[in-house]
Design a protein around this ligand. Structure first.
Ligand code: SF4
Length: 335
């Protein structure tokens, strides 16, 4: 069953860092800081609106900043306001996102006592040179230590990584993905870099010091990371930055696309079909591919990109739907 989040954004509050890519106000699309009354009124309304059977899959989520770095009084205010809405017949617990260097046993005990169920860590890269070049203010080892502690305390662990940061390469990003797999997170988010106005990354980009790799490379790489995570049982709950008017207005470069995940999934099916055609052991001029109906648009690709790709390498593809097949994609005819 799909997870539901009732999200509250805590924009940049308490965060003493200024990561190269971060413009929290733009990313969250708002700058108002929620307080107890906002939390209570939103959750009261949500309890009325969310069906009882869906509530056990619903978490109250504090996103947008570094939750465990905000001052204790405000953190406690947020956690306390949510408590009356957690428990039997109500919501499952609380989800927070934070930084790896603001995790220790004390804070995890506090979160456990306040029904936090999931902790997401922004690790972004597992390469210390990339972390330092992007002014993250933590190291690879901090991510490892924090992840282990979170799992020892019995929380669900989510890890977030970025693709294409300043000073990174496709090889370094794949290394990061493999290191994340070793930390056994339950879920992950993959964020291809979006360069925003009023960020250090934006300045580096404008000066020519930071040259991101190509959009196609970012899609291909993110698709490989998506496959790697899914093969290892890690649920990828987000791929690409959430579409918003603010992001679209303030994005000056990088890899923003409102349907980035779909582009990656199309890339995965393209590769799968390539392998199936190669498996025929001869040159295939025409092929009929049968797919589950819900996958049709991904297999064809946006603006028929996959069909056009195969045409460009001399294979004409026709795609048909079959709602009874077990495989996602299979070849049913070749010439
Ligand atoms: S730690 Fe998070 S909130 Fe703080 S600057 Fe970096 S990305 Fe922004």
């Amino acid at each position: 069953m799909a997870k539901i989040n009732i999200s509250f954004f805590i924009p940049h509050v308490g965060c003493p860092h200024k990561c190269s890519f971060c413009n929290q106000n733009s990313i969250t699309g708002q700058s108002k800081i929620p307080h107890s009354e906002d939390i209570k009124s939103t959750l009261t309304k949500a309890l009325r609106e969310i069906d009882k059977t869906d509530r056990e899959n619903t978490e109250i989520a504090f996103f947008g900043g570094s939750f465990t770095a905000i001052n204790r009084e405000y953190m406690q205010e947020l956690l306390s306001s949510a408590q009356p809405f957690i428990g039997e017949g109500k919501f499952a617990g609380i989800r927070v996102s934070t930084r790896p260097d603001y995790i220790d046993k004390d804070i995890l005990t506090l979160l456990k006592d306040n029904h936090v169920t999931t902790i997401e860590l922004g690790c972004q890269s597992m390469n210390d040179t990339v972390l330092s070049a992007n002014e993250r203010g933590h190291t690879r080892q901090d991510v490892i230590n924090a992840s282990r502690l979170i799992k020892e305390f019995g929380f669900r662990l989510g890890l977030q990584m970025m693709v294409g940061l300043y000073k990174s390469t496709p090889e370094i990003d794949m290394y990061t993905a493999n290191e994340i797999v070793k930390l056994l997170p339950d879920e992950a988010r993959i964020y291809p870099v979006v360069i925003m106005e009023n960020t250090r990354l934006g300045d580096l980009f404008k000066s020519g010091e930071y040259v991101p790799f190509s959009f196609d490379c970012a899609v291909e790489l993110s698709a490989r990371i998506l496959s790697l995570f899914e093969e290892n049982g890690i649920s990828v709950i987000k791929l690409g930055l959430h579409a918003s008017e603010v992001v679209e207005k303030e994005c000056i470069g990088g890899f923003y696309h409102p349907a980035f995940r779909e582009l990656c999934e199309s890339e995965i099916y393209k590769k799968e079909i390539c392998q199936m055609l190669e498996g025929c052991g001869r040159k295939v001029n025409k092929a009929v591919i049968s797919v589950k109906p819900e996958l049709l648009s991904r297999v064809i690709g946006q603006k028929r990109s996959n069909i056009e790709y195969f045409k460009s390498i001399g294979t004409e593809i026709r795609v048909v739907q079959n709602n009874r097949q077990k495989e996602n994609v299979r070849i049913i005819e070749t010439e």
